[in-house]
Design a protein around this ligand. Sequence first.
Ligand SMILES: Cc1cc2nc3c(=O)[nH]c(=O)nc-3n(C[C@H](O)[C@H](O)[C@H](O)COP(=O)(O)O)c2cc1C
Length: 184
Amino acid sequence: MKVLAICGSLRKGSYNRSLLRAAAGAAPAGMEVEIVGIEGIPVFSEDLEKEGMPEAVAALRLKGKAADGILFGCPEYNYGIAGPLKNAVDWLSRAHGEPKTPFVGRPVAMMGASLSMMGTARAQLQLRQTLQACGALTMPTPEVYVMRAQDKFDAEGQLTDKPTHDAVARLMTAFDAWIAKLKG
Ligand SMILES: Cc1cc2nc3c(=O)[nH]c(=O)nc-3n(C[C@H](O)[C@H](O)[C@H](O)COP(=O)(O)O)c2cc1C
């Protein structure tokens, strides 16, 4: 089973990328997790879209379509989805003449890490709403909100907090079952 893990942060030392690395490490047997970024995706405009699909979008779209499930590492900016991630989702939500986008009918899950006590709860709620508009089948629970990320990862980006690690592992196990269930 293939999972595409999309990091919603462009920051070099991103906690959300580190969180996805921890998720990949905690994935159950038989689940292969590929972590990708959203670098190089231009700001969406319908005029730009008419000129053709940008290379970075096409590549991400292809990976999304080939995956059994998509996992987001969702940063929070100003109580909401970070702009670059929303922009990437908007690009991926477009049909480009095909019957299905990478989201339609595809199992999706998310997790997020932030510096505040909210652990990206507000951004994840918005992302859930957006993914609903996109036709994705978002896993309802469990949820992973990593608050005060600066205390949970070491300088190398390793997740050092055991309860957080356990929560990540639980989400990955549940996502495995969610994908299997929806694949029928
Ligand atoms: C423009 C901006 C707005 C932010 N707003 C929030 C916020 O609303 N809630 C929060 O928990 N953290 C907020 N932060 C802090 C982020 O949690 C922090 O930058 C985090 O490291 C981003 O995720 P990353 O490490 O994956 O890049 C904000 C950061 C920036 C740059």
